[in-house]
Ligand binder design. Structure first.
Ligand code: ADP
Length: 396
């Protein structure tokens, strides 16, 4: 029986992929085609101990997929592929779960492109190209927004005229849903509880970062909103600002909507505050060497994180554990300790030595005795996408 799933995450200039055996949950091949549509387009992959980068002769998305097919053939994996799972950022209100892709699904993803103009069109290129390259295989879409479709209306409305919601879909959607679904299921398994009975506040801290409240297995609130800009301080995104800032920048600095968007999405956050880097690890090192901007950026990051963790406790109700995941959440003992230090009067305390151990793929409990449990879990969105595609295609 074929049990391998090809997972594709297609961006405007990149295509990430993984071949995962849905039965054993092992990744046989992972990789990335990058700088697509540029002369320097290349394909990097890892298979077991082998790691290689090759230039792409045809640097289009189709070229990258054809090169990937070559790679799969060479690795003997092509005949094992039973289905394809695509990551899609925005499913709007239409998708509450992963679905098999057909023309109607493609049309809906197109419709949601207004809400994610940078992401959904790129995903559609990946989906269309994969349909051409693998005509016989079932293909599924997994949406970052889907898990948050259980949010109640008091969490997802903005306090703006309702016509904006009805006519333009202006509401909070939330992102990182696939990661939250995986991490909360894993945490429930570790705590030996049925997922539908387990409640968590979870911080997904990568280049993009958010916090979510999961009440008895369901997302009930999260910090990202209409777009991934809302909420926490991120690598290059500002997160929350006074909405009055937009008018202020337009009036005082003559900035256009596009310029303000770029400023808040690409030049703010850790990068903007530090004036040095968007990368948490680099900033930790710089701060340790006395860089003032790095210190301020990291302090602001942790303080905002703590405030949002506390805010999500309102939505989650009594929790089984506080969860950390994503590149920073899984690796930065300093950020975890600093954020949790703000939450001591909420009943959370980190154990310094347990916290120090949870880095580079090592997960586990990091709370001190008497604290509400705090757990570091390595996320695996690709596995979740593969398992969804396998279930929908009837592979498992
Ligand atoms: P993405 O959101 O792009 O998937 P990741 O989840 O890989 O990003 O997270 C990237 C972030 O994780 C970067 O800010 C990086 O510096 C941070 N990170 C990775 N390892 C460490 C570490 N050992 N200490 C501190 N931060 C780390």
């Amino acid at each position: 029986m074929k049990t391998c799933i090809l997972v594709i995450n297609c961006g405007s200039s990149s295509l990430k992929f993984a071949v995962i055996d849905a039965l054993t949950r092992q990744a046989h091949l992972t990789g990335l085609a990058e700088r697509l549509n540029d002369a320097s387009a290349s394909l990097t992959f890892r298979q077991g101990e082998t790691r290689d980068t090759r230039p792409l002769e045809d640097g289009t998305h189709a070229g990258a997929l054809h090169a990937l097919i070559g790679l799969l053939e060479q690795a003997g994996l092509l005949p094992q592929i039973a289905a394809i799972g695509h990551r899609v950022v925005h499913g709007g209100e239409h998708f509450q779960a992963s679905v098999l892709i057909d023309e109607a699904v493609i049309a809906q993803i197109e419709k949601c492109a207004k809400l994610a103009p940078l992401h959904n069109p790129a995903h559609l290129i990946g989906i269309r190209t994969a349909l051409e390259c693998f005509p016989g295989l079932p293909q599924a879409a997994t949406f970052d927004t889907a898990f948050h479709q259980t949010m109640p209306e008091h969490a997802y409305y903005y306090a703006v005229p309702m016509a904006l919601y009805r006519e333009h879909g202006v509401r909070r959607y939330g992102f990182h849903g696939t990661s939250y679904r995986y991490v909360s299921q894993e945490a429930a398994r570790i705590l030996d509880k049925p997922p539908q009975e387990a409640s968590f506040v979870c911080a997904h801290l990568g280049n993009g970062a958010s916090v979510a409240a999961i009440r008895q297995g369901k997302s009930v609130d999260t910090t990202m909103g209409l777009t991934p800009l809302e909420g926490l301080v991120m690598g290059t995104r500002s997160g929350d600002v006074d909405p009055g800032l937009f008018g202020h920048l337009a009036n005082e600095c003559g900035m256009t909507a596009q310029e303000i968007n770029d400023l808040l999405n690409k030049r703010s956050g850790l990068l903007g505050l530090s004036g040095l880097s968007s990368d948490c690890r680099e900033l930790e090192q710089a701060a340790a060497e006395g860089h003032e901007g790095a210190r301020i950026a990291l302090e602001k990051f942790c303080y905002r994180l703590a405030k949002h963790l506390a805010g999500q406790l309102v939505a989650a109700g009594p929790i089984d554990a506080l969860l950390f995941t994503g590149g920073i959440g899984e690796n930065s003992a300093w950020v975890r300790a600093r954020a949790v230090a703000w939450l001591e009067h909420f009943g959370f305390r980190v154990d310094a030595s347990a916290n120090a151990v949870c880095v580079r793929g090592q997960g586990g409990f990091i709370h001190a005795e008497g604290s509400t449990p705090i757990l570091v879990i390595n996320t695996n969105e690709e596995l979740m996408i593969a398992l969804d595609a396998a279930a929908l295609a009837g592979v498992l």
